[in-house]
Design a binder for this molecule. Structure first.
Ligand SMILES: NC(=O)c1ccc[n+]([C@@H]2O[C@H](COP(=O)([O-])OP(=O)(O)OC[C@H]3O[C@@H](n4cnc5c(N)ncnc54)[C@H](O)[C@@H]3O)[C@@H](O)[C@H]2O)c1
Length: 355
């Protein structure tokens, strides 16, 4: 592997944010190509961001030599076929959330990754915030103690402008609503901190916009380690904010309230005693988690390839997120709790799209 990975960014909405992150990491990545059917976006990237090659067709991009990583930021219904094609062409694939619209598709992508020499990394950039990285460091040191409860709040606002983009708000193309497209980040963050879920009870509703997918949700979770948590999500909040609160035996933790960067600073830690506080201060002294968000995740991906290790976010992590979504829809539709893990015999294993 050459030191700098040659990356192609596919889909130029949030993909422009990916381009910016790769440019921040110019010692690790070289952006060699972009791809979008909208020619003006491709021209913009070539003219103003010095990207050497631009394509309006994904097949043409894949036929181009000299690409190590295909970074996919297209509408959700295109993720599975594009990831599969990228892996089959021998390129590493990095893909925006949601990776897929069913557990069957995630499992198929996992098999595809196993059969190839290339790696697949789903994007969950909230994990790479400097605030949550400090909590992760404390967890690695065993300082928080037993987890008791947690709450995750996703209070966002989306209106008719947002839903004027044709792929949004429809199951066929967006694959779901607030649980699939928006709160999935903070829900993944919670699971990365508290561990696997064993039971889900959920209610979802469409109350804010005139759309097919849900825009409000209230969920309770039991984790395998006995911790309990709640998730509340809406796209109708007047004030936008995201927040995680976690209560451990030795520590109370509260994230910042930035709606789209709750993993970033400030995170507040309140220790049960001065002795614990002293050990926290010692553990965090001089700790520098490095770059954060997209740049943090892409830098960690580069490091994992260099070390021959698993990507920092794996297809297994995406499976856990899609498993939670599957359980939320099933619980909400049946009125019953759902036990995890969910296997191929579950009625929603092949997807949750109604009808
Ligand atoms: N991680 C995050 O915080 C975050 C934020 C926003 C969006 N997203 C995700 O990123 C993805 C894209 O969302 P967006 O808001 O940028 O959407 P968007 O509609 O603004 O942009 C998508 C782009 O993909 C292009 N595209 C469509 N078909 C294509 C094809 N066949 N080949 C190449 N490009 C194609 C479109 O022309 C468009 O420019 C979605 O999965 C969304 O959920 C993630």
């Amino acid at each position: 592997m050459s030191d700098r990975l040659r990356v192609a960014v596919v889909g130029l909405g949030v993909g422009f944010g990916h381009v910016a992150a790769y440019r921040e990491l110019s010692d690790l990545y070289e952006i060699v190509a972009v791809c979008d059917p909208v020619a003006s976006k491709v021209d913009l990237a070539k003219r103003f961001l010095d990207v050497p090659h631009g394509f309006e067709s994904f097949d043409d991009l894949l036929a181009h030599d000299g690409i190590d990583v295909v970074n996919i930021a297209t509408p959700p219904d295109l993720h599975v076929p594009m990831v599969k094609a990228a892996l089959e062409s021998g390129r590493h694939a990095i893909c925006e959330k949601p990776l897929a619209g069913s557990l069957a598709d995630v499992d198929a992508l996992a098999a595809c990754e196993q059969q190839s020499q290339a790696r697949l990394m789903p994007i969950f950039q909230y994990r790479f915030g400097r605030g949550v990285s400090r909590l992760r460091r404390l967890l690695e040191a065993g300082l928080p103690g037993r987890p008791y409860v947690a709450s995750v709040e996703t209070y966002w606002r989306r209106g008719s402008d947002y839903y004027s983009v044709p792929w949004r708000g429809r199951f066929e193309t967006e694959l779901g609503g607030v649980c699939v497209s928006h709160a999935i980040h903070s829900h993944d963050l919670l699971v990365s901190l508290l561990g696997p879920i064993s039971r889900v009870y959920a209610r979802v509703a469409t109350r804010v916009n005139d759309i097919e997918t849900e825009d409000c949700a209230a969920v309770t979770l039991e984790h395998e380690n006995g911790a309990l948590s709640t998730l509340v999500a809406t796209l109708g909040s007047v004030r936008e904010m995201s927040r995680l609160r976690l209560s451990f035996e030795n520590l109370s933790v509260e994230s910042g309230q930035s709606p789209y960067q709750p993993g970033s600073e400030p995170w507040a830690f309140e220790a049960a005693s001065e002795a614990v506080q002293g050990r926290i201060d010692e553990t965090l002294a001089g700790f520098d988690p490095g770059p954060e968000l997209y740049a943090g995740q892409f830098a960690a991906f580069h490091a994992s390839l260099a070390a021959g290790a698993e990507p920092p976010v794996t297809v297994g992590d995406a499976r856990a997120a899609i498993e939670l979504v599957t359980a939320i829809y099933h619980s909400s539709r049946t009125g019953e709790p759902v036990d995890l893990p969910i296997d191929a015999t579950h009625p929603l294993y092949h997807g949750w799209i109604p009808g």
